[in-house]
Design a protein around this ligand. Structure first.
Ligand SMILES: [Zn+2]
Length: 221
């Protein structure tokens, strides 16, 4: 084998190694106009007693979800409006701010960034002020989450943890109430709770198994 061939092989191996670490994020921004900013500020004030000029959060928790909504575009459309639509009237007295999350992972593992990573999104009661949400398309019996989604969630968690040293926790949405007795919990209404099972224990276990060495904490209970 001559040196040129050896060099070519080495470069190819290096390239493959590097691209394994790479993460591809597709920006697909939901509407984030002044109305949405104002509604977010209002949410911070009304729910958390936080009087802020900015809606930028210091991320401490990554929260994984499933959408149950069966496609990326339908999920995008559900999050797109700044206002909470009629189809979730049970939340309407709480705040007019629509639900959303910073990231959305499709069934094939494609990662979409729906809004600035450190803007507050409404996806988890009590903890929105310090959480980055990752939604996964699917989660129903007909459309379970996929191994591609597990892989992409792992990549995204690594990317976020490397970027934001303030991140300490990784939880599934079903674990959110375990924070009620911690200083991170800021929801002022003691009766405002919803029952959550997403994204399922199987999914959480699959993700956690691969990022054990990252030092992320789970549920505080
Ligand atoms: Zn959820």
């Amino acid at each position: 084998m001559n040196l040129k061939v050896l060099f070519t092989i080495l470069v190819s191996v290096l390239f493959i190694k590097c691209s394994e670490q790479e993460i591809k994020i597709i920006d697909k921004p939901i509407i984030f106009n002044q109305d949405r900013i104002n509604l977010t500020k209002e949410y911070l004030k009304d729910r958390y007693n936080l009087d802020r000029d900015s809606i930028t959060i210091t991320p401490k928790i990554i929260v994984l979800h499933w959408t149950v909504i069966p496609s990326m575009i339908e999920t995008f459309n559900a999050f797109n409006s700044p206002y909470l639509p009629d189809w979730r009237p049970q939340l309407e007295n709480v705040s007019g701010l629509n639900v959303s999350s910073q990231f959305l992972v499709d069934q094939d593992g494609s990662i979409y960034r729906l809004m600035p990573e450190t803007y507050m999104a409404r996806h988890v009661i009590g903890l929105n002020h310090a959480s980055i949400g990752i939604e996964n398309v699917g989660g129903s019996e007909d459309l379970p989450l996929t191994s591609e989604q597990v892989e992409s969630n792992i990549k995204l968690i690594k990317y976020l943890k490397n970027k934001y040293s303030t991140i300490e926790y990784l939880i599934g949405h079903y674990e959110y109430k375990d924070f009620e007795d911690t200083e991170l919990w800021l929801e002022i209404d003691t009766s405002y709770r919803t029952m959550k099972v997403d994204p399922g224990k199987i999914f959480m276990n699959s993700v956690r198994k691969e990022i054990k060495n990252m030092g992320l904490l789970g549920s505080p209970k």
